[in-house]
Design a protein. Sequence first.
Length: 81
Amino acid sequence: MIELDELVILIRKQLRGRQDVISLTEDTVIADIGLSSLQFADIVFTLEEEYEVEFDPAKAASAKTVGDVLEVANSAISASL
């Protein structure tokens, strides 16, 4: 299962240090932290490749918070077991 810390590392990598001051929690709204749709897609693709799963595209696209992304990711992992 994907943990919050792992996702936060991927988000910070995409933001390239621009948001080091912001505390990222499961309730953090993705649109509020400045991720572009391409950066978000890169995070999704990275997780899919690392865990050898495919996220439900509709669920991934509708993710609004960091917690939503975790839920979509962990759901895909659980379904693949």
